[in-house]
Design a binder for this molecule. Structure first.
Ligand code: DOR
Ligand code: ZN
Ligand code: ZN
Length: 428
């Protein structure tokens, strides 16, 4: 069965074309859709490749009171995402073949969109076995593991014979965090903005430097998650020049918010790494040095977030806010459609080897999001499909909204309404 999406506006070229979709794939393009064909008229709306979120925490299994594959992918599809890559810090963690297969079973049943998984590592003996199941990367939390163990992980991965898997890293130095946190806690204060003092820019720069040295020494590819400071970006830029294979990611909150939001929103803006002051934070002028935007959708309950600053869990739910916020930045001429497509469609597909994703091109999956660039909105967490009904972006006015999301040719979201669909493992 084929059908045509008629009069889609392709950006940045600003030309209208019609797209033939057959068996969930993009088959061909024509200036004018053929008559008598089955047609959906897009009437000149902007279309983008379905967004790929390389960094989400859908909390399934084990923490489904925070989120699950159905609510998490509902949030994703409302936000224009057609593929998500889930992080391993679930219960059980995705550290073994068994846990990986269990997550696969759950996602096949509950996911509305296509999915892949980052694997975790708690014992290097599992690496080879879990690698056969094709995780998108091995994720390591440098704020949680000892340096020796980190080196062991690089060593083990470098010994894999065939294609060496990517290592994704949460870069904050464990020892430094411990020292700074103890120092802050001794002061006995509980105002939220002090959280940033417990994990200052140096903790990130130290971990980034260590990660880059390991990548160089073992000749492995690394991906640095949620980079939050200019200094980290500069370290990565320099490493790239010396041929270290490294890519970088930024979140919408580290890009669009500064430290003042920790004061304003309290724990709802608490995240690791923390928000930074204007001097240290990354701004739009750094976009060309960043490889991808990942949302780090990290949902918690409002009750958990109402604990004191030290006990409340870090994390911000972002799947529903990211695209409207970025389209708003495009409307304000702070970024371009070319940036958007590169950062959240094309590069995630390239870095994580998603061959059928990320581009509106013949032969690719018909993962498409249709946006209305004039539609205005107000961010209201009560409307979220995510179980996490809070956001430091609450009350932000937006202009530009996804109005339809299509996964392999199936409409899964239309005007905020969700339709049934079965997501697929990205490497099946
Ligand atoms: O803010 C964060 N939340 N940073 C992390 O590294 C973990 C994540 C989570 O899982 O909640
Ligand atoms: Zn992280
Ligand atoms: Zn994360």
């Amino acid at each position: 069965m084929d059908f045509w999406l008629k009069d889609c506006k392709i950006v940045p070229e600003n030309i209208e074309i019609s797209i033939c979709i057959e068996d969930g794939k993009i088959r061909s393009f024509k200036k004018i859709a053929p008559r008598r064909a089955e047609i959906m008229n897009m009437k000149g709306s902007v279309i983008l490749p379905g967004l790929i979120d390389a960094h989400v925490h859908l909390r399934d299994p084990g923490l489904t009171y925070k989120e699950d594959f159905r609510t998490g992918t509902s949030a994703a599809v409302v936000g224009g995402f057609t593929t998500i890559l889930d992080m391993p810090n679930t219960i059980p963690p995705t550290n073994t073949r068994r846990a990986f297969l269990e997550k696969l079973k759950i996602a096949r049943k509950k996911s509305l969109i296509d999915f892949g998984f980052h694997a975790g590592v708690d014992n290097t003996i599992h690496i080879k076995k879990i690698n056969d199941l094709r995780p998108v990367s091995f994720k390591v939390y440098m704020d949680l593991v000892e340096e020796d163990f980190l080196t062991d992980i690089f060593k083990s991965i470098s010994k894999i014979d065939d294609d060496k898997p990517l290592i994704s890293l949460h870069c904050e130095d464990k020892k430094l965090i411990k020292n700074y946190t103890e120092k802050e806690k001794r002061k006995g204060r509980f105002n939220p903005e002090i959280y940033a003092n417990a994990r200052p820019p140096l903790t990130e720069a130290t971990a980034v430097s260590n990660a880059l040295s390991l990548a160089r020494d073992y000749g492995l590819n690394i991906h640095i998650c949620h980079v939050s400071t200019k200094e980290s970006i500069n370290l990565i830029k320099k490493a790239k020049k010396s041929n270290i294979n490294v890519t970088s990611e930024i979140t919408p909150h580290h890009l669009l918010l500064n430290l003042s939001y920790l004061k304003k929103c309290g724990n709802f803006a608490k995240t690791n790494p923390p928000l930074r002051d204007n001097e240290n934070k990354i701004d739009m002028s750094y976009l060309s040095n960043i490889d991808i935007i990942g949302t780090d959708h990290a949902p918690h309950t409002v009750t958990e977030k109402e604990k004191n600053i030290w006990d409340a869990p870090p994390g911000i739910p972002n799947l529903e806010t990211t695209l409207p916020l970025l389209l708003t930045e495009i409307n304000r001429h702070n970024m371009t459609f070319t940036d958007l497509k590169r950062l959240i469609c094309e590069n995630p597909a390239k870095i994580f080897n998603l061959k059928n994703k990320g581009f509106i091109k013949e032969g690719k999956d018909a993962d498409i999001v249709i946006v209305n660039m004039k539609k205005e909105g107000l961010i209201n967490p009560d409307d979220f499909k995510s179980k996490a009904k809070y956001s430091p972006f609450k009350g932000f006015k937006t202009k530009g909204m996804p109005i339809m999301t299509m996964v392999r040719g199936e409409i899964v979201m239309e005007e905020g309404e969700i339709l049934k669909n079965q997501g697929k493992f990205v490497y099946d």
